[in-house]
Design a protein around this ligand. Sequence first.
Ligand code: ADE
Ligand code: ZN
Length: 336
Amino acid sequence: MSEFIAKLPKVELHMHIEGSMMPAMLLQLAEKNKVNIPYETLEEVEKAYQFKDLTEFVNIYLQGTEVIKSAEDFYVLTMEYLHKCQKQNIQHTEVFCDIRTYVDRGLPPEMVIEGIEAGFKDGLSQLGITGGMIPCFIRHEGAEKAWEDWQFYQQHTQRFLGIGLAAVEVGFPASMFNELFLEVRATGLPVVAHAGEEGSADYIWSAIRDIEVDRIDHGIKALEDPELVKYLQQTQIPLTVCPCSNTALHVFKSMDQHVIGQMLDLGLNVTINSDDPAHFGAYLQENMEAVQQHCGITDEQIIRMTYNAIDASFADAQRKNELAKNLDFYLESLSN
Ligand code: ADE
Ligand code: ZN
């Protein structure tokens, strides 16, 4: 374990709340809510958390969400993740959620936001952690379902940090949702989208041109297109890169093939994140350690990515200032 990384004050910008459901929590919620799942032991769940690609992962991930039935369940899940944040000194975190998964099962969409919101309220008062939620549209469900989701989301915009686009990417470019995101943007909410995770650089262009994203989630395929690299260098659009997710979903064969070092060398605005820490067996700290061990990422680059994450967060100016000061203070304490 790296003591430098363990103590570093951190910020996470890309983490799906159901992706923090550890095997023990999955079994516990299944028992409580009397949901039949195809696993009986921790070992069986851990074995199932092996994925061929993004589509297979999304299917297993969505199957796991069947154990979640109430706002209380979302609260428990959020608190478990925020306690983990405290252990890893993650001081601010922005988590993805969606309602489509639950609406399709006849469950009330309010339960998602009520549970996560209650978690963040206690996370702030008990642990001093700030952040909030970014509800997503599920892109492979198509634009019509996303419009339905928006009918709900738009009644609660003040409870969200932004709106996102997630799930299966290839075949579902951001351009499918351009009119919807015009409406989203008109509310003043920031927009983020998964792009260039499995899909080509064109998917990143679509997120930029068709829905005018404020941040790109993943963006690792940007290096395929020199024009796009130039554009990202000039605009400094933040990229929320998730290294252990990318190797778990076989976008790269192994961590030493990950392009995060090249992205940093090119001056792109890279941040580091966990995506689905329970499924990929790595929270933010382990993601940072993995790129140090296998990609030659230095402490200075970890620091740079942490300042990038503070800047790219949707925290208000006062909180950003505080987060930057906490980081400055930590770095000063090392040099004394
Ligand atoms: N939902 C949860 N994790 C995801 C990922 N890595 N990509 C797209 N959608 C997701
Ligand atoms: Zn993601």
